[in-house]
Design a binder for this molecule. Structure first.
Ligand code: HOZ
Length: 435
């Protein structure tokens, strides 16, 4: 499947060396090119909208570290804030005001969030949020949706999306049955199944967790009816509605998917953008629920590097830039142009595709059928996606290396960069037509 028109010998050698020291040569399976074949790029540096690999090639970066780099790489305001923080010490194990400042920015931006607790990754955020839902309600059942991915939390690694799906292990070995026996999996956008479950077991459900706009089976938006039912049923039965906004938070609007959609979940999870490219996660929500978190309340959760000052400073700089110079309208228009250009080219080339998009998150699915859930996502022509991916790579465009991931447009991209991506995609679509 690997396209070999361009030599990436140094990356390939680096991968061989890494495989001897690191399982599979990578520290997260999403990077391993399992869904497209071949060797991953090894990155030498990044700047603005570009990545540069070890072989000296330049790529327009539509991954942006899987979401955090909404301002592009090395944004001067973020670099300046991180360097300044670093010079004051990299970790204290004691509170500092940067944590409160970032919490206040999140609270100000997201009406449903009254208090925030910082952790170090999105996985920690979702893990802590479901523990909190259980501690708050005194119930055990958690509802999730097939194809949604909430990090590598044991009890949520059931029908998981992202790299668990790409690598064919949506239910990972090593997760005891007991860990997932209180997890109920439903189909995304299936309002009837949700209503049926609540009618049967509503008094046992601690919480419902979902990506309000899914990025982890490729981009799949929620229907309005589904969102309304989620809010009404959880409220009616006293269950906690948890939006996993690790990907969508401060990406789809200043505030995230819920601000764009006008929704009010009880608890929300964040990561990626709120750390400005540094390891951060957070969960926040209604004050009466958040006050159950230790030491305000009895639900235990802790972390040595939680609220790390360098990450907080980078997050504050990122959110401040997004607030003062919002890029959202431009990102939306640029992403729409990519969709229009690629759909036109796909039509001319006779390649059946769907372009799903919300704001600057999008996926080109290689299928003739609308993609609304995991089953319709899995119906895609994955080998053809892989060929398309390599055709784009050879044209200097770096896309998520799986059909089941969302791409991201970033604020450092000019209209000329977008035009270049449209041209590359059109050529790539013609190249994969008929094969
Ligand atoms: N949520 C990210 C992409 N779906 C995860 C990236 C990773 O697992 O490394």
């Amino acid at each position: 499947m690997t396209h070999t028109a361009v030599s990436r010998a140094k990356s390939a050698a680096a991968f061989e060396r890494a495989k001897r020291a690191i399982p599979g040569g990578v520290n997260s399976p999403a990077r391993a090119f399992g869904g497209v074949g071949g060797s991953p790029l090894f990155i030498a540096r990044a700047s603005g909208p570009f990545l540069y690999d070890l072989d000296g090639h330049e790529y327009l970066d539509f991954i942006g570290s899987w979401g955090p780099m909404i301002l592009g790489h090395c944004h001067p305001r973020v670099v300046g804030a991180a360097v300044a923080a670093l010079q004051n010490g990299s970790s204290y194990g004691a509170p500092c005001e940067l944590e409160t400042q970032l919490a206040e920015l999140v609270i100000e931006a997201v009406p449903s969030v009254e208090m925030v607790r910082f952790v170090s990754s999105g996985t920690e955020a979702t893990m802590s949020a479901i523990r909190l839902a259980r501690g708050f309600t005194g119930r055990d059942l958690i509802v999730k949706f097939a194809g949604c991915y909430h990090g590598h939390v044991d009890s949520l690694l059931v029908s998981a999306g992202s790299s668990a799906l790409t690598h064919g292990v949506p239910n990972s070995p090593g997760v005891p049955v007991g860990c997932t026996s209180d997890t109920v999996v439903l189909r995304y956008n299936d309002t009837a199944a949700l209503a049926e479950l609540f009618a049967a077991k509503g008094d046992k459900i601690a919480g419902v967790i979902l990506e309000p706009v899914v990025g982890n089976m490729g981009l799949v938006p929620p229907s309005a009816e589904f969102r309304r039912a989620l809010r009404a049923l959880t409220q009616e039965h006293g269950a906690v509605l948890i939006y996993d906004e690790v990907m969508t938070g401060f990406r789809l609007s200043y505030g995230g998917a819920q601000v764009l959609l006008g929704d009010a979940p009880d608890v929300s999870c964040y990561g990626k953008i709120i750390g400005g490219g540094y390891p951060v996660g957070a969960y926040g929500g209604r004050a009466d629920i958040m006050r159950k978190v230790m030491p305000a309340g009895p639900v235990f959760q802790a972390g040595t590097l939680s609220g790390n000052p360098v990450a907080m400073a980078a997050g504050i700089a990122t959110l401040s830039e997004l607030k003062e110079n919002p890029p959202y309208d431009r990102l939306d228009a640029q992403s729409a142009r990519i969709g229009e250009g690629w759909l036109k080219a796909a039509g001319e080339a006779g390649v059946p595709v769907q372009f799903n998009r919300v704001g600057s998150m999008w996926t080109l699915f290689f299928t003739g059928t609308p993609v609304t859930d995991l089953d319709t996502a899995k119906a895609c022509d994955v080998p053809r996606f892989g060929r398309f991916f390599w055709e784009l790579m050879d044209r200097g465009v770096y896309m998520p290396c799986s059909q089941f991931e969302a791409a991201f447009t970033c604020g450092a991209m000019t209209d000329e960069h977008i035009a270049r991506a449209i041209r590359a995609g059109a050529e790539a679509l013609h190249a994969v037509a008929g094969r």
